[in-house]
Ligand binder design. Structure first.
Ligand code: PSU
Ligand code: MN
Length: 307
């Protein structure tokens, strides 16, 4: 795996883990700054880090702090980021812009994948990925996360894609780009808060060791690019899709009325849905990120074992 030693600053714990070949799980920070309100964002980030540790891996939350690309934050730094306002939301296009300008920014799935690959971290846990937005045939709004999955060699564990997106087009895009999409213990691609999207998961695997074996076979073929693992929430915790749809439709209608565009679209929709659902979507969101972190840690541990 490519490493670019001068491009980032690992925490002492992450540096030690990477050097000794211990399993590490990358975590994104846009979910902290733009995906959830304070204080739930901080509590979630802390719970996610604790979950990764309980499963025997080291968490590496990634962000740009004062122009420094950090791989692994201290708890004080995580808290400061969770409270900060006017933090940039960084993707492939502007990650280096923030570094050059000495800015502070959180990393999306795309930018977190870039940092993880440069650091030599193979697995990354998030909530939901960005994708092809509804109406993309006229707006052209397609998240840079998808192109990143096509080119950057990291396994991304998520709960599928939010139904604020056009999930069918998102899956078509990933298929075109040759990105493997693996349903974990499911035949259906999950839709974040809901288990059901009505669309099949292209591939299915039922344990972390099988996912690690698949990745090792991909590595031997030098296929490059990432893998998407879609981990549905437990049935007793997930929300029914029809309940979520009303909130989504209203949030999208409002975003169009207000002319929200570009990188503001996803944060706007996420925030409005939390408001419209009276916070019910938020509890589900927290559960699924913790569940994804646990699976990502299991995959990282499985990858670190000798064949
Ligand atoms: N989807 C979620 N929660 C999130 C995001 C997406 O369910 O917090 C964040 C992630 O950081 C993702 C980014 O990479 O939004 C995608 O933004 P855009 O659609 O502007 O590419
Ligand atoms: Mn977009």
């Amino acid at each position: 795996m490519m490493t670019a030693a001068n491009a980032f600053t690992p925490s002492a714990e992450v540096a030690e883990a990477l050097q000794s070949g211990r399993p590490v799980v990358a975590l994104e920070s846009t979910i902290v700054t733009h995906g959830m309100p304070f204080p739930q964002n901080l509590e979630t980030a802390q719970r996610v880090e604790a979950t990764v540790r309980e499963r025997g891996a080291v968490p590496a939350t990634i962000a740009v702090v004062g122009g420094d690309l950090r791989v692994g934050l201290t708890s004080d730094e995580l808290e400061a980021l969770a409270k900060a306002e006017d933090v940039m939301k960084l993707s492939r296009a502007d990650l280096a812009f923030a570094i050059a300008g000495g800015r502070t920014g959180s990393t999306t799935v795309a930018a977190t994948m870039i940092a993880a690959e440069r650091a030599g971290i193979a697995v990354f846990a998030t909530g939901g990925i960005g994708g092809v937005h509804r109406g993309a045939e006229t707006s052209f709004d397609i998240s840079a996360d998808l192109e990143e999955l096509a080119r950057t060699g990291v396994i991304v564990v998520c709960a599928g894609a939010k139904a604020i997106l056009d999930i069918a087009k998102t899956l078509e895009f990933l298929e075109t780009k040759g990105v493997p999409v693996v349903g974990y213990r499911t035949d259906e691609f999950p839709a974040f808060w809901s288990r059901e999207s009505g669309l099949p998961a292209p591939l299915r695997l039922d344990d972390a060791a099988a996912i690690a074996a698949f990745q090792k076979a991909r590595d031997r073929l030098e296929l490059g690019g990432g893998m998407l693992v879609a981990n549905p929430l437990a049935p007793d915790k997930a929300l029914p899709a029809d309940r979520v749809e009303g909130w989504i439709a209203q949030a999208i209608a409002e975003s169009r009325e207000r002319g929200i565009a570009g990188k503001d679209v996803t944060p706007f929709l996420l925030q409005r849905i939390v408001e419209l659902s009276d916070g019910r979507s938020l509890a589900t969101n927290i559960d699924l990120i913790v569940s994804n972190a646990a699976l990502a840690a299991d995959i990282a541990v499985a990858l670190s074992k000798e064949d």
